[in-house]
Design a binder for this molecule. Structure first.
Ligand SMILES: C[S@@+](CC[C@H](N)C(=O)[O-])C[C@H]1O[C@@H](n2cnc3c(N)ncnc32)[C@H](O)[C@@H]1O
Length: 228
Protein backbone atom coordinates (compact mmCIF):
# COMPACT_ATOMS: atom_id res chain seq x y z
CA UNK A 1 0.00 0.00 0.00
CA UNK A 2 1.31 3.47 -0.79
CA UNK A 3 0.23 6.97 -1.70
CA UNK A 4 1.35 6.55 -5.29
CA UNK A 5 1.02 2.93 -6.35
CA UNK A 6 2.58 2.17 -9.74
CA UNK A 7 0.06 0.98 -12.35
CA UNK A 8 1.29 -2.57 -11.87
CA UNK A 9 -0.08 -2.40 -8.31
CA UNK A 10 -3.64 -2.05 -9.52
CA UNK A 11 -4.96 -5.56 -9.04
CA UNK A 12 -6.68 -6.85 -12.15
CA UNK A 13 -8.24 -10.26 -11.63
CA UNK A 14 -7.82 -12.64 -14.55
CA UNK A 15 -10.31 -11.32 -17.08
CA UNK A 16 -13.15 -13.09 -18.80
CA UNK A 17 -14.38 -12.06 -22.24
CA UNK A 18 -14.26 -8.31 -22.88
CA UNK A 19 -11.84 -7.89 -19.99
CA UNK A 20 -14.45 -8.35 -17.27
CA UNK A 21 -13.29 -9.46 -13.84
CA UNK A 22 -13.36 -13.24 -13.73
CA UNK A 23 -16.77 -14.76 -13.13
CA UNK A 24 -18.72 -11.66 -14.02
CA UNK A 25 -18.92 -11.73 -17.81
CA UNK A 26 -21.03 -14.85 -18.05
CA UNK A 27 -23.40 -13.50 -15.42
CA UNK A 28 -23.97 -10.07 -16.91
CA UNK A 29 -23.93 -9.15 -20.57
CA UNK A 30 -25.31 -5.74 -19.53
CA UNK A 31 -22.26 -5.13 -17.35
CA UNK A 32 -19.92 -5.90 -20.24
CA UNK A 33 -21.48 -3.11 -22.27
CA UNK A 34 -21.47 -0.67 -19.32
CA UNK A 35 -17.78 -1.40 -18.74
CA UNK A 36 -17.03 -0.91 -22.45
CA UNK A 37 -18.85 2.43 -22.42
CA UNK A 38 -16.74 3.71 -19.52
CA UNK A 39 -13.60 2.38 -21.17
CA UNK A 40 -14.52 4.45 -24.24
CA UNK A 41 -15.34 7.70 -22.41
CA UNK A 42 -12.62 7.53 -19.72
CA UNK A 43 -10.38 10.08 -21.44
CA UNK A 44 -13.24 12.58 -21.78
CA UNK A 45 -15.02 11.85 -18.47
CA UNK A 46 -13.58 14.71 -16.42
CA UNK A 47 -14.12 17.20 -19.23
CA UNK A 48 -17.74 16.08 -19.75
CA UNK A 49 -18.44 16.35 -16.02
CA UNK A 50 -16.73 19.71 -15.47
CA UNK A 51 -19.89 21.85 -15.74
CA UNK A 52 -21.84 19.55 -13.39
CA UNK A 53 -19.01 19.64 -10.84
CA UNK A 54 -18.98 23.44 -10.85
CA UNK A 55 -22.79 23.53 -10.61
CA UNK A 56 -22.77 21.85 -7.20
CA UNK A 57 -21.54 18.27 -7.46
CA UNK A 58 -18.12 19.12 -6.04
CA UNK A 59 -19.70 20.66 -2.93
CA UNK A 60 -21.89 17.56 -2.50
CA UNK A 61 -18.84 15.31 -2.90
CA UNK A 62 -17.00 17.24 -0.19
CA UNK A 63 -19.92 16.80 2.21
CA UNK A 64 -20.39 13.07 1.73
CA UNK A 65 -16.72 12.07 1.35
CA UNK A 66 -15.85 14.12 4.47
CA UNK A 67 -18.02 11.71 6.49
CA UNK A 68 -15.90 8.66 5.67
CA UNK A 69 -13.93 7.24 8.61
CA UNK A 70 -11.56 4.34 9.20
CA UNK A 71 -11.21 1.49 6.72
CA UNK A 72 -13.09 2.82 3.72
CA UNK A 73 -14.12 1.19 0.46
CA UNK A 74 -15.07 3.41 -2.47
CA UNK A 75 -16.84 1.54 -5.26
CA UNK A 76 -17.09 2.81 -8.83
CA UNK A 77 -14.37 5.34 -8.00
CA UNK A 78 -14.03 6.25 -11.69
CA UNK A 79 -11.25 8.74 -12.44
CA UNK A 80 -10.74 9.32 -8.72
CA UNK A 81 -12.51 12.65 -8.35
CA UNK A 82 -13.10 11.98 -4.65
CA UNK A 83 -9.57 10.93 -3.71
CA UNK A 84 -8.42 14.43 -2.72
CA UNK A 85 -11.43 14.91 -0.45
CA UNK A 86 -10.84 12.18 2.17
CA UNK A 87 -9.83 12.98 5.74
CA UNK A 88 -6.15 12.10 6.25
CA UNK A 89 -6.88 9.36 8.82
CA UNK A 90 -8.90 7.27 6.32
CA UNK A 91 -7.43 4.01 4.96
CA UNK A 92 -8.85 3.83 1.46
CA UNK A 93 -9.49 1.02 -0.99
CA UNK A 94 -10.83 2.49 -4.23
CA UNK A 95 -12.34 0.19 -6.86
CA UNK A 96 -13.90 0.36 -10.29
CA UNK A 97 -14.83 -2.12 -12.97
CA UNK A 98 -13.25 -0.19 -15.88
CA UNK A 99 -9.43 -0.29 -16.10
CA UNK A 100 -9.22 2.96 -18.12
CA UNK A 101 -11.08 4.81 -15.36
CA UNK A 102 -8.82 3.22 -12.71
CA UNK A 103 -5.73 4.28 -14.63
CA UNK A 104 -6.87 7.90 -14.28
CA UNK A 105 -7.61 7.35 -10.61
CA UNK A 106 -4.06 6.05 -10.18
CA UNK A 107 -2.70 9.39 -11.39
CA UNK A 108 -4.91 11.23 -8.89
CA UNK A 109 -3.92 8.87 -6.07
CA UNK A 110 -0.44 10.42 -6.15
CA UNK A 111 -1.82 13.69 -4.80
CA UNK A 112 -4.33 12.19 -2.35
CA UNK A 113 -4.04 12.97 1.38
CA UNK A 114 -4.53 9.26 2.16
CA UNK A 115 -2.84 6.03 1.08
CA UNK A 116 -4.93 4.54 -1.72
CA UNK A 117 -5.15 0.88 -2.65
CA UNK A 118 -6.66 0.65 -6.14
CA UNK A 119 -8.35 -2.56 -7.22
CA UNK A 120 -10.55 -3.64 -10.07
CA UNK A 121 -13.87 -4.95 -8.79
CA UNK A 122 -17.49 -5.25 -9.83
CA UNK A 123 -19.73 -3.86 -7.09
CA UNK A 124 -22.27 -6.58 -7.82
CA UNK A 125 -19.69 -9.14 -6.70
CA UNK A 126 -17.15 -7.62 -4.35
CA UNK A 127 -14.03 -9.65 -3.50
CA UNK A 128 -14.08 -8.75 0.23
CA UNK A 129 -15.23 -10.72 3.28
CA UNK A 130 -18.37 -9.76 5.19
CA UNK A 131 -18.00 -6.74 7.47
CA UNK A 132 -14.59 -5.59 6.15
CA UNK A 133 -15.07 -1.82 6.15
CA UNK A 134 -16.12 0.98 8.52
CA UNK A 135 -17.36 3.05 5.58
CA UNK A 136 -18.46 2.13 2.07
CA UNK A 137 -18.94 5.02 -0.32
CA UNK A 138 -20.24 5.51 -3.85
CA UNK A 139 -20.82 8.71 -5.80
CA UNK A 140 -22.79 8.69 -9.06
CA UNK A 141 -22.39 4.91 -9.43
CA UNK A 142 -25.80 3.29 -8.98
CA UNK A 143 -27.13 5.17 -12.02
CA UNK A 144 -24.83 2.94 -14.12
CA UNK A 145 -24.72 -0.45 -12.40
CA UNK A 146 -27.01 -2.87 -14.29
CA UNK A 147 -28.38 -4.48 -11.12
CA UNK A 148 -28.25 -1.68 -8.52
CA UNK A 149 -30.02 -3.70 -5.81
CA UNK A 150 -27.43 -6.49 -6.14
CA UNK A 151 -24.65 -3.89 -5.84
CA UNK A 152 -26.25 -2.24 -2.81
CA UNK A 153 -26.67 -5.65 -1.18
CA UNK A 154 -22.93 -6.12 -1.58
CA UNK A 155 -22.30 -2.78 0.17
CA UNK A 156 -24.49 -4.02 3.01
CA UNK A 157 -22.52 -7.26 3.18
CA UNK A 158 -19.03 -5.72 3.29
CA UNK A 159 -19.77 -2.88 5.74
CA UNK A 160 -19.27 -3.56 9.47
CA UNK A 161 -22.42 -3.90 11.59
CA UNK A 162 -21.80 -0.44 13.10
CA UNK A 163 -20.47 1.01 9.84
CA UNK A 164 -21.98 3.45 7.36
CA UNK A 165 -22.84 3.34 3.66
CA UNK A 166 -22.52 6.81 2.12
CA UNK A 167 -24.09 7.56 -1.24
CA UNK A 168 -24.32 10.57 -3.52
CA UNK A 169 -26.65 9.80 -6.41
CA UNK A 170 -28.94 11.56 -8.85
CA UNK A 171 -32.41 10.00 -8.99
CA UNK A 172 -35.62 10.04 -11.02
CA UNK A 173 -37.40 13.40 -10.49
CA UNK A 174 -40.45 13.18 -8.20
CA UNK A 175 -42.52 15.44 -10.47
CA UNK A 176 -44.64 13.21 -12.74
CA UNK A 177 -43.86 15.07 -15.98
CA UNK A 178 -40.15 15.46 -15.26
CA UNK A 179 -40.08 11.80 -14.27
CA UNK A 180 -41.41 10.83 -17.70
CA UNK A 181 -38.88 13.15 -19.37
CA UNK A 182 -36.10 11.43 -17.40
CA UNK A 183 -37.44 8.03 -18.50
CA UNK A 184 -37.16 9.07 -22.16
CA UNK A 185 -33.76 10.80 -21.86
CA UNK A 186 -32.45 7.83 -19.94
CA UNK A 187 -32.88 5.62 -23.02
CA UNK A 188 -30.23 7.76 -24.74
CA UNK A 189 -27.85 8.49 -21.83
CA UNK A 190 -27.68 4.86 -20.75
CA UNK A 191 -26.85 3.72 -24.29
CA UNK A 192 -24.44 6.51 -25.22
CA UNK A 193 -22.64 7.26 -21.95
CA UNK A 194 -23.66 4.80 -19.23
CA UNK A 195 -25.85 6.52 -16.62
CA UNK A 196 -29.62 6.14 -16.27
CA UNK A 197 -31.45 9.32 -15.25
CA UNK A 198 -34.45 7.56 -13.74
CA UNK A 199 -33.14 5.32 -10.99
CA UNK A 200 -35.21 5.13 -7.78
CA UNK A 201 -32.16 4.82 -5.60
CA UNK A 202 -33.79 5.33 -2.19
CA UNK A 203 -36.21 2.47 -2.99
CA UNK A 204 -33.26 0.37 -4.18
CA UNK A 205 -31.33 1.08 -0.96
CA UNK A 206 -34.28 -0.21 1.08
CA UNK A 207 -34.79 -3.18 -1.27
CA UNK A 208 -31.16 -4.14 -0.61
CA UNK A 209 -31.91 -4.37 3.12
CA UNK A 210 -30.08 -1.20 4.08
CA UNK A 211 -31.57 1.10 6.71
CA UNK A 212 -31.64 4.76 5.65
CA UNK A 213 -30.40 6.90 8.54
CA UNK A 214 -30.32 10.30 6.84
CA UNK A 215 -31.17 11.75 3.43
CA UNK A 216 -30.35 15.21 2.15
CA UNK A 217 -32.50 15.88 -0.95
CA UNK A 218 -31.76 18.74 -3.33
CA UNK A 219 -33.59 18.58 -6.68
CA UNK A 220 -32.61 15.27 -8.29
CA UNK A 221 -29.66 14.83 -5.90
CA UNK A 222 -29.63 12.61 -2.82
CA UNK A 223 -26.95 12.37 -0.17
CA UNK A 224 -27.83 9.18 1.66
CA UNK A 225 -26.39 7.80 4.88
CA UNK A 226 -27.41 4.19 5.51
CA UNK A 227 -26.57 1.37 7.87
CA UNK A 228 -26.68 -2.41 7.44
C1 LIG B 1 -20.76 8.11 -13.62
S1 LIG B 1 -19.24 7.28 -13.23
C2 LIG B 1 -18.90 7.91 -11.60
C3 LIG B 1 -17.44 7.84 -11.25
C4 LIG B 1 -17.08 8.43 -9.87
N1 LIG B 1 -17.69 7.69 -8.79
C5 LIG B 1 -17.46 9.88 -9.77
O1 LIG B 1 -18.17 10.25 -8.84
O2 LIG B 1 -16.97 10.66 -10.62
C6 LIG B 1 -19.78 5.62 -12.91
C7 LIG B 1 -18.62 4.68 -12.58
O3 LIG B 1 -19.16 3.43 -12.18
C8 LIG B 1 -18.35 2.41 -12.72
N2 LIG B 1 -19.14 1.18 -12.76
C9 LIG B 1 -20.16 0.84 -13.58
N3 LIG B 1 -20.60 -0.39 -13.28
C10 LIG B 1 -19.86 -0.82 -12.23
C11 LIG B 1 -19.84 -2.01 -11.46
N4 LIG B 1 -20.70 -3.00 -11.70
N5 LIG B 1 -18.94 -2.13 -10.47
C12 LIG B 1 -18.06 -1.12 -10.21
N6 LIG B 1 -18.02 0.03 -10.90
C13 LIG B 1 -18.91 0.18 -11.90
C14 LIG B 1 -17.95 2.94 -14.09
O4 LIG B 1 -16.83 2.27 -14.62
C15 LIG B 1 -17.71 4.40 -13.77
O5 LIG B 1 -16.38 4.62 -13.40
Amino acid sequence: MGADPPFADIRLPAGGPAGQPAGVAAASVAQVSVTRRYERIAAAYDLLNGPMERAGTLARRRRIVGRAVGDTLEVGAGTGRNLALYRPDVRLTATDVAPAMLERARRRAAGAPVPVRLERADVQRLPYPNGSFDTVLATCVFCSVPDPVAGLRELRRVVRPDGRVLLLEHVRPRNAILGRVADVLSLATSRLLGPHLNRRTEDNVRAAGLRIVEVCAEGIWREIVAGP
